[in-house]
Design a protein around this ligand. Structure first.
Ligand SMILES: C[S@@+](CC[C@H](N)C(=O)[O-])C[C@H]1O[C@@H](n2cnc3c(N)ncnc32)[C@H](O)[C@@H]1O
Length: 291
């Protein structure tokens, strides 16, 4: 006679798993994600959330979405499960040199103007919603390149996100080869280190790119960010898109409290600030200056 358990009989595990996130349970999660994290989750996303939660529910050896819901909203769940849940519900797509117009503007306009003004000050950049690090590392490449020509130039980059899984990836700075195709060859040679494992070709970012980078958990929905620094540039790209308009406006106003007068604010190409009451002047599409 042979015996099986859930792990060596996945069909059996599925058979006892109630594989539907009901509309009612979805609505409970959706309301929570929206009120706590500003992320819109309309009914059309139910099947997506169901799919994304499935792996986590299996990891916890639970039998249904409602069992997971009970646990999630219990005190223990709120203490232990919240970060896992955020890793599941956030959309983290990103790339090196994504929307390159911002890095060109940084290199050709912002940095030369900063250098003319005051070379002793630290140049500070915030990547809000930095995901797995491609954005802050692209900023770091751009600033390191400028520093090569201007040795007195000093900078600091802060990357923040609510996904701890993404922040861990960012801190590691290891990416599959396929991920770095958008980095120009000369910069790849200077700032990436190839792994020796030919079966699993990865690259590691050069420690130079990590030297001036700080990564932190920060929920943009918090009433106050507790950030003391004021920044020369804030990247908040492809994050606002998940929030509704009033939330976007509130988030931008809060971020602007930490942006220097005359500092620059970048948003993603599918985002817009038109009609919003925010202290930003439009310079070019998706590029703004604090007034
Ligand atoms: C699509 S990625 C964009 C990454 C990068 N900025 C870019 O443009 O390539 C959006 C990121 O925003 C983060 N995010 C979503 N809601 C957030 C919130 N309330 N506070 C902080 N970060 C959030 C997600 O975890 C995700 O990593």
């Amino acid at each position: 006679m042979t015996t099986t358990n859930r792990h060596d009989n996945p069909e059996g595990a599925l058979a006892c798993f109630k594989a539907e996130l009901t509309e009612k349970d979805f609505e409970v999660f959706s309301k929570f994600i929206y009120s706590e994290y500003g992320i819109k989750m309309p009914p059309i996303k139910r099947i997506m959330l169901q799919g994304r939660l499935l792996k986590r529910i299996r990891e916890l050896n639970m039998k249904s979405y409602s069992e997971y819901k009970e646990y999630f909203f219990s005190q223990a769940g709120q203490e232990k499960e919240l970060l896992h849940f955020l890793n599941v519900v956030t959309t983290n797509k990103t790339d090196f040199f994504r929307e390159p117009v911002h890095f060109i503007f940084l290199k050709e306009n912002i940095l030369p103007a900063f250098q003319e003004q005051d070379t002793k000050q630290l140049f500070k950049v915030w990547s809000a919603g930095c995901s797995s690090g491609e954005e802050p590392y692209t900023i770091a490449i751009t600033l390191n390149e400028f520093q090569r020509l201007n040795p007195l130039f000093k900078f600091q980059i802060t990357g923040t996100d609510i996904s701890t899984q993404m922040l861990e990836k960012a801190a590691k700075g290891v990416y599959p080869m396929t991920k770095v195709a958008t980095i120009p060859l000369e910069l790849k040679k200077r700032y990436l280190l190839k792994s020796k494992d030919s079966a699993n070709p990865t690259v590691r970012v050069h420690p130079l790119l990590q030297k001036n980078l700080v990564l932190n958990y920060l929920n943009l929905m918090e009433s106050s960010y507790g950030v003391k620094e004021t920044y020369d540039v804030i990247f908040c790209r492809n994050v606002l898109i998940y929030f509704d308009r009033p939330t976007q406006e509130r988030v931008i106003n809060k971020l602007c409290q930490n942006l220097k007068k005359g500092g620059h604010f970048f948003i993603g190409h599918s985002e817009s600030l038109s009609g919003m009451d925010v202290p930003l002047k439009h310079i070019k599409p998706t590029i703004f200056e604090k007034i």
